[in-house]
Design a protein around this ligand. Structure first.
Ligand code: GN1
Ligand code: MG
Length: 349
């Protein structure tokens, strides 16, 4: 996962003139991300796309262009960070080690918060992600590539989990028995997902698919949300993905890496703020069925993330970056506890 400094330097010179400062950005589990300032050209966010995750990175660029064009041609739409052309004239550059680099303009005087620091900030983030989907509601979602096939397809994630169980080393399997049985007990969520995808009352929409606070830029002076970033997983999806991932990451008292089991819980103020922000942003765009089942969103996404961490643990940690041996298992337990808390919290809603 280490990125050679010289290659970063080289990539930086492809997207601007005379880099003066390069600094690593964010804590994403997938890409290598840098902020580059130049002597004679605008600052930008430079990223090496992880080709294990994104098998066809050109499709990311293609989707980005479709979304960027659609938004810039519609009235009153919020702008997203513009793609930057490299010196070879295209929107990406490949180095000698076949790293796939792309850059977008950097918004000066902005920040992407690691965590939502107040319910108001969570609400603003939720509103911003919803506005993005709402403003793209006139774009046929099927025009976009499905960047990672089956990405938020819960039936597919469940199948990967069962396959991982079949192939797992006995020691890992033993460590994961509790979480495995709890996940199997909740197959009702997969059944609900199958209903969503087969019933036209639930629409296929352009979704962001990675709605963390760190993926919203805020203005450092006004603290208003500017726009969503990290648009690599923008692709067709369903109503629950973005709101659900926000409930998963922002309405939890602890993040997914926390091992403070006893304290992992739902923060009701954040939960409500996210719901309000998202529903306001979507306005009348949601169907009756989507609104009726909105409280299932957090359950679906937390369950999906728990399946994914467990699957990766059983597959010998090949997908998510880890910093210690059982981190993926601990992440699964964290998500399972949160799922249980969410089930209790949403039971009365
Ligand atoms: C990955 O790297 P990051 O944090 O942007 C993952 C998400 C997971 C998340 C869990 C492409 O996102 O789906 O929810 O980790 N992205 C991909 O931390 O797999
Ligand atoms: Mg991401």
């Amino acid at each position: 996962m280490f990125m050679n400094e010289l290659l970063v330097q080289k990539a930086a010179t492809q997207f601007g003139n005379e880099p003066t400062a390069i600094k690593a950005l964010g804590s994403g589990l997938i890409h290598h991300t840098y902020c580059v300032h130049y002597k004679n050209s605008p600052a930008m966010v430079l990223q090496a796309i992880n080709k294990n995750t994104f098998k066809q990175p050109e499709n990311i660029i293609q989707n980005y262009c479709i979304v960027q064009n659609y938004l810039s041609n519609s009235e009153n739409s919020n702008a997203i960070a513009g793609l930057v052309t490299s010196k070879n004239g295209s929107y990406f550059w490949e180095d000698e080690a076949e790293n796939f680099w792309r850059a977008t303009l950097y918004f000066e005087n902005s920040y992407a918060p690691e965590n939502a620091n107040s319910p108001a900030q969570a609400q603003a983030a939720a509103n911003c992600f919803a506005t993005f989907t709402k403003q793209l509601s006139g774009l046929d979602a099927n025009k976009l590539y499905e960047i990672i096939p089956g990405f938020h397809n819960l039936a597919h994630r469940y199948q990967q989990f069962e396959n991982a169980i079949k192939g797992a080393a006995i020691f890992r399997l033993m460590r994961a028995t509790h979480v495995i049985s709890e996940l199997r007990n909740r197959h009702y969520l997969v059944d609900f997902y199958n209903r969503v995808t087969s019933d036209t009352a639930f629409k296929k929409r352009v979704m962001h698919h990675d709605c963390k606070p760190g993926n919203i830029l805020f203005d450092a002076s006004t603290h208003q949300a500017i726009c969503p970033v990290d648009l690599d997983t923008v692709m067709p999806g369903y109503f629950f993905s973005d709101i659900g991932d926000m409930i998963r990451t922002m309405a939890c008292t602890h993040n997914e890496n926390s091992n403070e089991w006893e304290y992992i819980n739902v923060n009701g103020d954040y939960y409500n703020a996210i719901m309000n922000g998202y529903l306001q942003g979507m306005k009348d765009s949601f169907t009756t069925a989507e609104i009726k089942h909105i409280h299932k969103a957090g359950l679906l996404m937390t369950y999906m993330q728990c399946l994914r961490f467990t699957t990766d643990f059983l597959n010998n940690d090949i997908y998510y970056k880890t910093t210690y041996p059982e981190q993926n298992l601990n992440r699964s337990l964290n998500q399972l506890i949160y799922l249980e808390q969410l089930e209790a919290f949403t039971a009365g809603l």
